[in-house]
Design a protein around this ligand. Structure first.
Ligand SMILES: Nc1ncnc2c1ncn2[C@@H]1O[C@H](COP(=O)(O)OP(=O)(O)OP(=O)(O)O)[C@@H](O)[C@H]1O
Ligand SMILES: [Mg+2]
Length: 371
């Protein structure tokens, strides 16, 4: 790997090759895991999935959800529509229907931070697998930091614009977005909007950014360069990435000093994590020697199933200390909050769902103070 960074396609080609080997991401509505047909699960995973799945008692507090999350969102929206429209047939669900009224004047109460952050921590939330709670974790951990008094910027680097939407902003109506920053070198301060946290927004045209940037010199460092303008204003920069290892994710990993990897316990795939580690190794060798995995986060944990418990055990056996102690359990709150254009911490501040991310924030801050 002695090629200079600015060579055409030094790392993107390799990553694209790897990406081709990655199984398709699941359809949003599909409860089936993303394991390719004919692709035998790794032995560790096979062990997890072969276990019986007896129901166990859900923990005290809010009810955990059994359905796949996307239908739950649809159901929530359809229910709202019914009550609004006097039993009229609900219209077809559109993602932009999730948008709550604009929330320009959000005032977030801030405490004094307990652990001082010496320089901004830039955390990328990455996993090339779709639907593992990258966006949910980016937003809710970011808001948990903000609640503790830290200055936080979120960056929506996913063309799906889910993070942007979950702060009540319609990516279809955004005029200036990360596309302009990455492709046309627009100052990032021009696209930051103030909500629960500050957010650098995505728009639908971000999908074309990878191609538009492909001939740009230093294309892997576009985000890192853009962040220099504002980095002094923040303690944490939280970057949501798309479910792929393309140029947008490479930009995130190049700009970051830490990576948090959310992993959905039910659909655990060691191969995916190993692949992500290999990508990170390449980034470390070629672009960003500082970046390291801050932790692997078990998400959507259904503690009623033996399968989920075994999946976490397997994760710990394979990745040891890298696995966070915090657990994000499955609850309907995480599907409901984006409908209101809010984090779970704002939507239901007293819920255990909100506390899962407060606990995670404490764990990340404990690492910070131990450094
Ligand atoms: N702990 C949880 N319990 C229940 N549902 C959850 C939980 N975390 C996230 N979800 C729901 O799961 C779905 C996928 O989550 P999210 O969008 O955060 O994943 P993602 O990894 O960002 O997906 P993508 O790869 O498409 O960007 C969403 O509908 C979200 O509301
Ligand atoms: Mg996402």
């Amino acid at each position: 790997m002695s090629k200079p960074v600015e060579d055409p396609h030094p790392i993107v080609e390799e990553l694209e090759r790897m990406e081709e080997a990655v199984p398709e991401r699941p359809e949003p509505d599909s409860p089936a895991g993303p394991v390719a047909v004919g692709d035998p699960p790794p032995p560790a995973v096979a062990k997890a999935s072969s276990g019986a799945v007896p129901p166990t008692t859900p923990p005290a507090g809010e009810a955990e959800m059994e359905d796949a999350p996307a239908p739950a969102v649809k159901a929530a929206v359809a229910e709202e529509r019914h009550s609004d429209a006097d039993g009229a047939e609900p219209e077809r669900f559109m993602p932009r229907d999730l948008l709550a009224p604009s929330r320009h004047e959000v005032v977030v109460e801030r405490a004094e931070p307990e652990v001082p952050v010496k320089h901004a921590e830039v955390i990328a939330f990455a996993n090339q697998k779709g639907g593992v709670a990258k966006t949910t974790t980016t937003l809710n951990l970011a808001v948990a930091f903000a609640e503790s008094g830290y200055r936080v910027l979120c960056i929506d680097l996913d063309p799906q614009g889910n993070l942007t939407m979950s702060q009540g902003i319609d990516p279809d109506k955004v005029e200036k977005s990360l596309y302009d920053v990455l492709v046309h070198d627009m100052p990032i301060s021009e696209i930051i909007q103030k909500r629960e946290i500050d957010i650098a927004v995505a728009s639908i045209d971000l999908a074309g950014a990878e191609i538009a940037m492909s001939t740009k010199i230093g294309r892997e460092r576009s985000l890192e360069k853009a962040l220099k303008e504002v980095i002094g204003n923040y303690d944490f920069v939280c970057i949501d990435t798309p479910p792929s290892l393309g140029l947008l994710t490479i930009n995130a990993l190049t700009a970051a000093n830490k990576v948090i990897v959310p992993v959905q316990c039910e659909y655990l795939s060691m191969r995916g994590l190993v692949q992500l580690q290999n990508t990170l190794k390449m980034i470390q060798e070629n672009l960003n020697p500082e970046v390291r995995i801050e932790g692997i986060l078990p998400t959507m944990l259904d503690s009623r199933t033996v399968h989920a418990k075994e999946a976490v055990e397997i994760l710990e056996e394979n990745f040891g200390e890298l696995v966070f102690r915090s657990r994000i359990r499955k609850t309907i709150k995480f599907a409901e909050a984006p409908v209101k254009g809010a984090s779970v911490l704002k939507y239901d501040s007293a819920s255990s769902a909100a506390n899962y991310y407060r606990e995670l924030a404490k764990e990340v801050l404990a690492h910070e103070s131990a450094q």
